[in-house]
Design a protein. Structure first.
Length: 234
């Protein structure tokens, strides 16, 4: 059985009016089963609805969605906001989401932004698939500690999860010792997801009991980071 996945850092509301239709078009073209979104916001100066609600309104195939606990950001890019924006992550799914919870990550010294992984289970044709939406700290030293914390947590639960998202790690393949039970998308296919710096930040990790069938970078302008599409044999 195959599962089609898409991960995208939605990049808040920066230039969203020029990216929204592209995002709808590419999701409709690729038809992923599950969509992992990071940096999803509610900006009341623009809309009372979350960005994921705006997307879902145009994407009828995605009946199921969840949102992480959102928290207020009082400034962005060094600018204080008169009305704070609400900041978090979200998931869209064609299949029922039967369980979800948020796992909070330890903040490193000087790390100001609260970080969590959004864990959830879907019912795929009576098979329960465990997944997690990832957004680690935006310094590699922070992200390395957080991936180790999270994989240790899953090991203590005696479970593995498909992970997808913005890992904020520029060379994930160099840290295979931090995820020994998993295969990474960057080892299956080399790609760049943050072209401004010629870096890769966005990945899939899958349990070694599964295998990658396809990994593609979405070249159309969806964000400052590229959307990554993957097909996994489960």
């Amino acid at each position: 059985m195959q599962l089609k996945l898409l991960t995208l850092n939605l990049w808040r509301y920066y230039d969203f009016e020029n990216r929204f239709e592209n995002t709808i078009t590419e999701i409709s073209r690729l038809q992923p089963d599950v969509i992992f979104l990071q940096e999803v916001q509610i900006d009341e100066t623009l809309s009372p609805f979350s960005q994921v609600e705006l997307l879902k309104e145009k994407l009828n195939a995605y009946k199921y969605s969840i949102h992480s606990n959102i928290y207020p950001k009082t400034s962005q890019r060094g600018v204080n906001l008169e009305i704070p924006v609400q900041h978090g992550m979200a998931v869209l799914s064609k299949y029922p989401i039967i369980n979800s919870f948020e796992y909070y990550l330890k903040q490193s010294e000087k790390e100001k932004e609260l970080r969590s992984n959004l864990c959830f289970d879907i019912n795929l044709n009576e098979q329960i698939i465990k997944l997690a939406n990832i957004h680690f700290g935006n310094k590699e030293e922070w992200a390395k500690k957080q991936i180790q914390q999270f994989t240790n947590y899953l090991k203590n639960r005696n479970e593995t999860r498909i992970m997808a998202g913005d890992f904020n790690m520029y060379g994930l393949e160099n840290y295979k010792n931090l995820y020994p039970e998993y295969l990474s998308s960057i080892e299956f296919k080399k790609y760049i997801s943050f072209p401004e710096k010629n870096w890769c930040l966005d990945y899939f990790l899958i349990p070694k009991t599964m295998k990658f069938v396809e990994i593609d970078v979405i070249e159309k302008y969806l964000s400052d980071q590229k959307g990554i599409f993957g097909v996994v044999e489960i």
